[in-house]
Each structure stands twice: as structure tokens, then as C-alpha cells.
Design a binder for this molecule. Structure first.
Ligand code: L14
Length: 340
């Protein structure tokens, strides 16, 4: 058995799960034993890890004793049941769902932004991975926050269908085919078509009129930057893109900062690639830059002509990689290098 840690991936057959597995391989994460897990529905399938086919086990019947790290991405209710159980058996869980993100004793971590928060993992043995839209926004805004302070964030997201899983990607594919064939797409059971459409609704509506996806960006920004004074106003929108979330972000800073300074700061920021030229194609897009890549791409950096201390940015990243799987593996890398 090679040197390393026993690692379980829960949700191993899902989009994020299979990406977790390939990122563990790519980054040569020290794995001595690899345990793919899923709900009963997917148990019995197998996944490939480092050239071997490994059967996926039913999490319901799995005993976490001896597993050191659990990367969980099988939905909130699965995490609610199995993360505390794994944690009690000595497994440190990096959880991709929104289940534990707002619990004060569960760290919520973006490695480029607040890696020090990982230290508190010992209280629950659970670390929460933030929402995809929050992660890329934090990576891009942290250098601005440190340099000039941020008082307010207005953001509109343009989120890909992969965030909702493989089934929704297939829905887009089928609807696009039907539409190109001349069919007029209609709502089905109140659900509006996504092909050739734009839908201002992700996750459940909240009593204040925002959706939960929007409120996640508010709650998580406060936790990750450790600053509840930042006013955050998001609109989260689904667009017919397979991979990569885009965001139009408008920040108001405490001190005035020029677009040139922001460009300079971000060009040196960890995890960020600036692509910002005022010409056709001189900006990142989901399809051409973000998809299948690890960086958060930033363009369209400019001073807000409607505000004294406003900066506008266009921020794009792969929601399945930096927005989920990669961020989790980066957290696990810090765990093993700094804490184990
Ligand atoms: O909060 O449907 O981790 O795109 C991220 C993907 C919520 C749903 C989260 C989607 C999820 C979201």
C-alpha cells in the first residue's frame, strides 16, 4: 500500500464526484486507499481511479472507521445523515452541500481567501465547501477587499446547467434539439424551458423574495471575509451554458481604487487570470476560457461611471472545478500539509 491517506468520495458517480476523482489523480493527492461511495441507486457501478476499476459502495452500509478524509457531494440530505456519522468515526469531511455552511463551528473555506479558517475543523470534523457562485466571486474580490475595503456588492450571475447536475445538462441538450427542430418549447409543470432562454431562479424562494442561491452569496460572503458589514445584493440566473458560471460584479469600495490598480492587483492574485483588453474577444467567457480550467478569469475591469467608488468586473470560472471539486481538493491538501 502506498503512502498516504484513506480517502472516500461520496457521490462518486455524479458530475462533481467524477471531477473530484480526476482532480485527486491530476494533483497526485496522497491516497493510500480510495473508497468511492454513493446512495444505493448508484452502488454497484464502478469508477476508475489510477487505472483500476473500483466498485462503488452503498454509503448506508459503509463504516467510515479508518477513513481519514471524506469528500462529500451527494446532496444535502445525504450529507445531513452521513457527514456527522463519518466525522464521529474520525473522518474529516469536506462537504460540498449547503447543509453545514451556515453553522458557526463549521469552517467555510476558499483556500485563496481564508485558509486559516481550516484550523477550526476539529470542533465538528466537518469543513464546508462554499457555493460555486460565491467561491469565484471571493477569489476575485479578496485582493480588492484587502487593498481598498468593500462596502457593497451588486452581482448578477449567469450560471451553467451543470450546477444542477447531469440530468439538467441532458434537459438542455434535448430541449435545444427540439427547438432547432421547430418545436415551440413550453413550460412543463410550471418549469420554464432553459434552451434559448434565461431563467432568474435557482434554488428555493425565500420569504424576502430572494432565492436561496442568492442568499447563499450574502451569507457566505459575510462568513468567508469575516465581515457582516458588506451589503450584498445578488440576482442568480440560469443560462443555457453547459460548464462555467459568469458574474457581472459591481463593488463599492471603502477607499477609491482605480481600474488600473485593480487590474494590477488581480494580475498577481492567486488563482486568478486577468484577460482584459478592450477589443472583441478581449475578455473571458465560460465556453472558451473557464470550462475545464482551474483559474478564475477576470475581465471587463472598469470604473463605475455611476458611483464615486465603484468598480465593475466580469468573473468567470468552471463551477464544477473551482466552484466545487477543485476547491474541496485544495482544502484537503491544506488539511494534510498543515494539520495531519
Ligand atoms: O449550493 O443548481 O452548492 O446550480 C450549487 C449548484 C446549489 C444548486 C450549492 C445549481 C448548489 C446550484
Amino acid at each position: 500500500m502506498s503512502k498516504g491517506y484513506s480517502v472516500a468520495v461520496l457521490g462518486a458517480t455524479g458530475l462533481v464526484g467524477e471531477t473530484l476523482i480526476s482532480i485527486l489523480e491530476e494533483r497526485d493527492f496522497p491516497v493510500s486507499r480510495f473508497v468511492p461511495l454513493a446512495s444505493a441507486r448508484s452502488a454497484g457501478k464502478s469508477v476508475r481511479f489510477r487505472g483500476e476499476d473500483i466498485p462503488v459502495q452503498d454509503v448506508e452500509k459503509f463504516d467510515f472507521a479508518g477513513v481519514r478524509i471524506g469528500l462529500f457531494s451527494a446532496g444535502g440530505s445525504v450529507s445531513a445523515e452521513h457527514a456527522p456519522r463519518a466525522a464521529a468515526a474520525g473522518c474529516v469531511v469536506v462537504d460540498n452541500t449547503s447543509k453545514f455552511r451556515y453553522e458557526a463551528d463549521v469552517p467555510l473555506v476558499v483556500p485563496e481567501v481564508n485558509p486559516e479558517a481550516i484550523a477550526a475543523y476539529t470542533s465538528r470534523n466537518i469543513i464546508a465547501n462554499p457555493n460555486c457562485s460565491t467561491i469565484q466571486m471571493m477569489v476575485a474580490l479578496k485582493p480588492i477587499y484587502d487593498a481598498a475595503g468593500i462596502t457593497r456588492i451588486n452581482v448578477a450571475t449567469y450560471q451553467s446547467v451543470s450546477g444542477a447536475g447531469r440530468r439538467y445538462m441532458e434537459t438542455l441538450r434535448q430541449q435545444a434539439g427540439r427547438s432547432l427542430g421547430g418545436e415551440q418549447l413550453l413550460p412543463e409543470g410550471g418549469v420554464k424551458p432553459i434552451a434559448f432562454n434565461v431563467i432568474p431562479h435557482i434554488d428555493e424562494f425565500q420569504p424576502n423574495g430572494y432565492t436561496k442561491e442568492e442568499m447563499k452569496m450574502v451569507w457566505e460572503t459575510h462568513r468567508i471575509l469575516g465581515d457582516d458589514s458588506i451589503r450584498v445584493n445578488p440576482t442568480a440566473v440560469r443560462v443555457p451554458v453547459y460548464f462555467g458560471h459568469s458574474e457581472a460584479i459591481h463593488v463599492e469600495t471603502r477607499r477609491k481604487i482605480s481600474a488600473a490598480e485593480v487590474r494590477e492587483l488581480l494580475s498577481r492574485a492567486p488563482g486568478v487570470t486577468v484577460l482584459d483588453e478592450a477589443r472583441p474577444g478581449g475578455y473571458p467567457t465560460a465556453l472558451t476560457e473557464a470550462a475545464r480550467r482551474d483559474q478564475v478569469f477576470v475581465g471587463r475591469i472598469r470604473e463605475d461611471i455611476s458611483s464615486e467608488r465603484g468598480i465593475d468586473l466580469w468573473v468567470v470560472a468552471d463551477n464544477i472545478r473551482k466552484g466545487a471539486a477543485l476547491n474541496s481538493v485544495q482544502i484537503a491538501e491544506i488539511l494534510v500539509s498543515e494539520y495531519f
